[in-house]
Design a protein around this ligand. Structure first.
Ligand SMILES: [Zn+2]
Ligand SMILES: [Zn+2]
Length: 249
């Protein structure tokens, strides 16, 4: 029947336009037209250049070791001075390719990146080391930076990756009190100095004895995550682990 056919066709068209609305058919990296639907939103060529973090890695900070075989073990710096977090894991190696994705997400707030991140996280086998968290805490931005950027990329990432666990995402328990200079130009010691006292815990009773997962976009030197983990541990968190989208080698 024509009526039935029309209904079907318009439903198909609606589904198609919804899909296009949610998934524009261009590659997130090179803007090339995609020929087939892929949750990654990347063309074959860009997909092949994406590097997921591989084992063997430091079982604490997650740095990849140069060898391609062998078991995970502690790296020298983690053995010498263990961080306050017990594990940090990342989905991607931070390189020229993933930097484009991180940048687009951080400054453009591309919501289309959601399915890309989720698809990548599913493929990142090294994330299986992380314990199921009781609380998921995105690294907070200072109020002023939040106002200028309009959103906290760590919170957006947490909501993307833990869409079914939103009740565990806590936004107001960890606060950034001080405006800090961007960390990028600072040495390790200066970074630590720069962040001293920058964070505080809002309601310590809520984190007492909890297993916490910190979320941030990029693990650079780990100073920010370590400072957050320190303050959480000092306030009674049982365990702090960290998950980032990308990790600098
Ligand atoms: Zn591409
Ligand atoms: Zn390490």
């Amino acid at each position: 029947m024509v009526g039935e056919w029309l209904v079907k066709t318009s439903l198909l068209a609606l589904a198609q336009s919804l899909r296009e609305l949610c998934f524009p058919a261009i590659c997130l990296f090179c803007q090339q037209q995609l020929t087939a639907f892929t949750p990654l939103h990347l063309c074959q060529s860009c997909q092949s250049r994406i590097r997921l973090i591989q084992t063997p890695l430091c079982q604490c900070c997650g740095v990849e070791f140069a060898s391609t075989t062998g078991d995970n073990h502690y790296c020298g710096p983690c053995l010498a001075k263990p961080p306050y977090f017990s594990k940090a894991r990342a989905i991607l190696r931070y390189d020229d390719e993933s930097a484009k994705l991180v940048h687009a997400f951080k400054y453009g707030g591309k919501t289309v990146a959601r399915s890309t991140f989720c698809a990548l996280a599913e493929r990142a086998t090294t994330l299986a080391d992380l314990a199921p968290p009781e609380l998921i805490i995105p690294v907070p931005l200072h109020r002023k930076r939040l106002q200028s950027r309009g959103f906290n990329q760590a919170l957006v990432l947490a909501r993307f990756l833990f869409a079914n666990e939103r009740r565990h995402i806590a936004v107001n328990l960890l606060r950034r009190n001080r405006w800090t200079d961007p960390q990028t130009t600072l040495s390790g010691k200066e970074r630590r100095q720069n962040l001293k006292g920058a964070f505080s815990v809002n309601k310590p009773e809520k984190i007492l004895g909890r297993r916490i997962l910190l979320i941030d976009d990029v693990y650079t030197t780990g100073t920010t995550l370590n400072e957050c983990a320190k303050i959480l541990r000092e306030n009674g968190a049982a365990q702090v682990e960290a998950l980032t989208l990308a990790r600098v080698e």
